[in-house]
Structure formats: C-alpha cells, structure tokens
Design a protein around this ligand. Structure first.
Ligand code: G3P
Ligand code: MG
Length: 240
C-alpha cells in the first residue's frame, strides 16, 4: 500500500456510508482509494452494509442476513443521512464494483461476517468478484474474521488480504503471517509511536482507522503508517 488516504465507507462524513453516492463523493474529493463494508444476504449475495442490521443506515429495519438482495436493493439508504440523498439504494457488491471501475477507484473490501457466516461470505465474495472484477489490480480484501480471510485465500491465492484488528496489542500476528497478509489495519485509538515503529522497521504495512483529525493523520503518516482511513478524505488531503 503506497502512502495514502482511504475514504472510509466511501466518504462517510459527506455522503451516506457504503452507497454509490458515497463512492462518487470520495472520487469528487480526489480520493483514489476507498474502503467499503460488505455483508452476506439471505440469498447468498453481498451488499454494502456496515451493521448486522439495516436499522441505523436505512429507512427500513431487519437483519441483512435475513433479507434478500432484492429486498435490500429496494431500501432507502440515503434519507437518514439527508434529504438530498433520498432514494439512494443499498448497493450490491456487483453494482459497487461497476461504479468503482467507472470512477477509477481502487477498493479495500472489508468482509463483515456474522456468527457462522465466514465460509459462505468468503465463497460469495470470490464468486461475485469472479463475475464483476475487471481491473488489472485486484481489490484488497480485509476482515476482522481471519477464518473468512483464510477461506478467501484458499479459493483465490492471487487476492491480497489484510488483517483488521482493533489494537496492535491483540493477537493478529499469527493470522497475518499464516495468511501472507499484505497489511494490517488497526484502530486509531491509543495507537502509539512505540507500537508502530518496530512494525514499520520490519516492513509491515499499517493502515489506521478512522482518522478524521488532520493533525493526527499527519502524526501517523510521519511514523511511517502507510494509510489512514478517513470519513473526510478531501479535508484530510487538503490539510496535509
Ligand atoms: O477496516 C477498517 C475499518 O473500516 C474497520 O472498522 O467498523 O469502520 O468497519 P469499521
Ligand atoms: Mg470497515
């Protein structure tokens, strides 16, 4: 990962998260790289959604895993963010890949898994990318769920993966090594220079989420962090 600013959930401060409008906003802000969250639907497809339910981000209610793609695609994921985005649908991964290609954006696809979902979610991801992905550079696949990443790697050794961990003090190293991960993505809170420095010296690429304060972004990048994930990529880029 080259030193970069990653639009978190698109550009989540300025457009509804994990929507096509959010991808367009990230591109409009000059972002070249975004992170999106994907989840498995009841009918084995993937949609862009952070939470286990649609309750926070859409005008509807329900568990993503209990809803079909068609049901999710009919939900309004824009109104709760703001009236200007009314009618913005919950996108399928396939639709998002089409938009990413059109915008020239490169994604980190974070696979969110509910209990017992890892292998089905990984299989769906491999299947859908097989159909939809057309860019030369493959997407980076990340997850807190290391079993899901292992299943992705088993099916597609060419897909780079990244381990997500809330803190560097947690047990991420074993998964990182066994997966041959490209990077580790770590929570910003309590992250110190002392924790980062030896990893940078080892050549481990570190992405840090979620950094919306320009001073903190500057500090992290000065430590050798490869990427910061931010809800406001344009503002961070301008301040840097
Ligand atoms: O993968 C980095 C970050 O996106 C993980 O946190 O909860 O925003 O998906 P979350
Ligand atoms: Mg995420």
């Amino acid at each position: 990962m080259a030193p970069c600013i990653v639009g978190h959930r698109g550009a989540a401060r300025d457009a509804p998260e994990n929507t096509l409008a959010g991808l367009r906003e990230a591109a409009r802000q000059g972002c070249r790289r975004v992170e999106i969250d994907v989840r498995l639907t009841a009918d084995g497809r993937l949609v862009l959604m952070h939470d286990e339910t649609v309750d926070r981000t859409t005008a509807s209610t329900g568990r993503v895993g209990a809803l079909t793609l068609a049901q999710l695609a009919g939900m309004d994921a824009g109104t709760r963010f703001g009236p200007a985005f009314a009618g913005e649908p919950v996108p399928s991964l396939a639709a998002a890949v089409g938009e990413l290609h059109a915008l020239g954006l490169h994604p980190i696809i974070e696979l969110k898994c509910g209990p017992g979902e890892a292998s089905a979610a990984a299989a769906a991801l491999v299947r859908e990318l097989g159909r939809a992905w057309r860019a030369a550079e493959p997407p980076l696949i990340s997850s807190f769920d290391h079993a899901a990443l292992a299943a992705v790697r088993k099916a597609r050794t060419d897909l780079p993966v990244a381990v997500v961990t809330p803190a560097l003090s947690d047990s991420w190293r074993e998964a990182f090594a066994s997966l041959g991960a490209a990077s580790v993505h770590v929570g910003e809170r309590n992250l110190t220079r002392e924790a980062v420095r030896p990893l940078v010296a080892e050549g481990i690429e570190i992405g840090v989420y979620t950094v919306n304060d320009p001073a903190r972004a500057r500090e992290l990048l000065s430590w050798g962090v490869a990427a910061v994930f931010t809800d406001c990529p344009g503002a961070i880029a301008a301040a840097l």
